[in-house]
Design a protein around this ligand. Structure first.
Ligand code: ATP
Length: 271
C-alpha cells in the first residue's frame, strides 16, 4: 500500500491511506552507489504527503542517510551518485540539483550528528541557515524559532560549542528552520541524546509539523520514529520493504521481525 496523499486532518492514526492530492515529495526507483561499487539504495519508492511526518526506520547501513543525501543534493559531496530513478518536489524534478538549489526550493536537511558551527555563536549559526532568504523573511523565521525555543534568545552571543548536546540539536533544527522550509529532513535527531532530551526533540518536531512543515525523518530509534510518524517506511538493505500507517506497523510487530532478520520483506506485500 502506498500512502500517496493524505490531508493533515486525516492523520489521527493515519488509517485512511487514500489518494486525494499529489504528494509533496515523490521518490521513484532510486538507485544510488558510492564509488561505483557499493549499492546503497536499490530502487527506493517513497511518497511524502504534504503535512505528514514520514518516518523511515532501518538498521545500520540500511541506506537511511543515503536517502537523505539524495534528496538534499549532498550525495556528491560524500562520493555518492544517483545511478537511476527520480525525485520530484511538488511535481518538479529535483534529481541531482545542487544543495543550495534544493534549499531554495524549500527542502532543508538537519544532518546526523548535529553539525553546527561550534566556533560560531548561536546567532551566527542561525544566520547561516538564512542564506537564501531576505532580511524580512529572516526576521520572521527568527521570531518563529524563538517562539519554539525561548532559551535561544538568552544564548545568542554564546559560542555554540558551549551548548549541551540537546541544545545543539535544537540549534541545528533552528538553523534549518531559518530558511522556512516546506520539507524538513531530519537524520537521526535522537542520536546520542538521553531519552528525556530525545522526547523533548520529538515534541519540537511535532510542533514544527503542526505549524505546517512536512517532515521526513530517518531513525534507528524505532519507538520514537513510529510514535512520531503518521506514516512509517522500513528500509532494509537499500529497499523500502514496508510502508504504511505508523500505528498499525507498530502494533503488528513486523518491524521487530524485520530488524531481527526473521523476515526479509520478500513476502507479505513488500515493495
Ligand atoms: P547508519 O545508521 O549506520 O548511518 P544508514 O542506514 O544511514 O546507516 P547509510 O549510511 O546510508 O546507511 O549507508 C548505506 C550503505 O552505504 C552502507 O553500506 C555504507 O557503508 C555505505 N556508505 C555510506 N556512506 C558512504 C560513503 N560516503 N562512501 C562509501 N560508502 C558509503
Amino acid at each position: 500500500m502506498t500512502p500517496t496523499s493524505l490531508r493533515p486532518d486525516q492523520f489521527s492514526g493515519a488509517s485512511t491511506l487514500t489518494s486525494l492530492s499529489p504528494p509533496l515529495l515523490s521518490i521513484a526507483d532510486l538507485e544510488v552507489s558510492y564509488g561505483g561499487t557499493t549499492r546503497a539504495l536499490r530502487g527506493v519508492d517513497l511518497e511524502v504527503p504534504r503535512g505528514a511526518i514520514v518516518a523511515v526506520v532501518g538498521a545500520n547501513g540500511a541506506g537511511k542517510t543515503t536517502l537523505m543525501r539524495s534528496i538534499s543534493g549532498t550525495l556528491g559531496l560524500e562520493g555518492g551518485r544517483i545511478v537511476r530513478g527520480r525525485i520530484d518536489l511538488d511535481g518538479r524534478d529535483i534529481t541531482r540539483l545542487d544543495p543550495a538549489d534544493v534549499v531554495r526550493l524549500g527542502i532543508v536537511q538537519v544532518p546526523e550528528g548535529r553539525r553546527i558551527f561550534s566556533r560560531l555563536t548561536v546567532a551566527e549559526n542561525l544566520r547561516m541557515g538564512a542564506f537564501t532568504t531576505t532580511r524580512a523573511a529572516e526576521r520572521a523565521a527568527l521570531r518563529r524559532v524563538l517562539d519554539l525555543f525561548p532559551w535561544i534568545a538568552e544564548r545568542m552571543g554564546e559560542r555554540a560549542a558551549l551548548l549541551s548536546g540537546g541544545q545543539q540539536q535544537m540549534l541545528a533544527i533552528s538553523r534549518a528552520l531559518m530558511s522556512q522550509p516546506q520539507l524538513l529532513l531530519l537524520d537521526e535527531p535522537s542520536l546520542g541524546l538521553a531519552p528525556i532530551i530525545a522526547e523533548q526533540v520529538a515534541d519540537v518536531i511535532r510542533r514544527i509539523n503542526r505549524a505546517g512543515t512536512t517532515v521526513l525523518l530517518v531513525e534507528q530509534n524505532t519507538a520514537m520514529a513510529l510514535d512520531l510518524g503518521n506514516i512509517a517506511a522500513v528500509l532494509h538493505l537499500g529497499r523500502v520493504v514496508r510502508v504504511g500507517d505508523a500505528d498499525e506497523l507498530a502494533a503488528s510487530g513486523e518491524i521487530e521481525r524485520l530488524f531481527m532478520g526473521i523476515d526479509d520483506g520478500a513476502t507479505s506485500g513488500a515493495k
